[in-house]
Design a protein around this ligand. Sequence first.
Ligand code: DP6
Length: 347
Amino acid sequence: MAEASEIRPGHKITVSAPSNIAFVKYWGATDLQRALPINPSFSMTLTECTSRSTVELLPEGMSDEVFLVDGNGGRLAEAPEAFRGRIQAHLERLRAWGVEHGRPPYGFRVATRNSFPAAAGLASSASGFAALTCAVTRALGFELGLEELSDLARRSGSGSASRSILGGYVQWPTGDGEEGAYAHQVFPADHWDLADVIAVIETGPKRVSSLEGHRRAPSSPHFPRRLELLPGRLTAMRKAVEARDFDTFALLLEEEAIELHLIAMSSKPPVFYWQPGTVEVLAAVRAMRDEGVPAASTMDAGANVHVVCPGEATAGVAERLEGLTSVQRVIRDRVGPGPTALDEHFF
Ligand code: DP6
């Protein structure tokens, strides 16, 4: 815990938080605003796809300032309106939480840099809100436990942020109402060296937000059946990861990803995240598997494909994906230990 004397305007904290890729997906909420999920989800926390945020406390009553950091020159630019709005709402929430815990209502100056294309189905909001939650609470002088951080990150409305607080293999249960809706680590990162080789097909913002996808999910006629199947799939997935059984894992991973998109495509109105390139990558991964290469695909709410494979298969898988016409670039990511605090600030 920081000394109370340090907790005054000018105090700065920087935290880097990773994205995560869900093996069993969060899709559908009992309470969308607070991101209370209908089903438990299970994910792997990444290393390379990160959001890094510097937060500085401003004097009480000062308006918040929200910047994005230019990836090349490191210059600060005003954040676009839509991004600013979501960050601002979470800052209000964290400020209110700080006041409840005896802190003055400080303003916040925030600068964030993503290491990867934002809003392209690469879960920049999961890493972004995880980094922001860790940095703001530390700037306010709190050394919170992982459960409380995960719970606060979830309240951003980006439920998957609750999983990015933890490293390794992570489960986020549905909780009982508000209680217990925070994620926990099931296996540490060194339990199994898995890579996530990301085939980037589109870098623009997705056309339908995850929030809207969650809202429409229950309108799919297949959604009730998904809810029946999920408990068995989650148990089988956890067992496959526990046993490092890649063949079983691969079947479950693809079954789950296809089901998520089946629900999206059959929602009312339907949501199509796939592009022709998505299908090209899915076919290439099946071809690799037929040749004996251990690789399996999954997709979030976007066209990009995450190809999960054992760490030692990364180079071969990445080269194959780089050779496909619809793949713009390939990101080589892997399982990692979760958020870290850094001494270097953006301003
Ligand atoms: C398909 O509501 O957490 O990625 O705020 O856009 O990050 P963002 O989405 P969120 O839903 C995530 C949906 C998903 C599946 C998952 O990550 O569990």
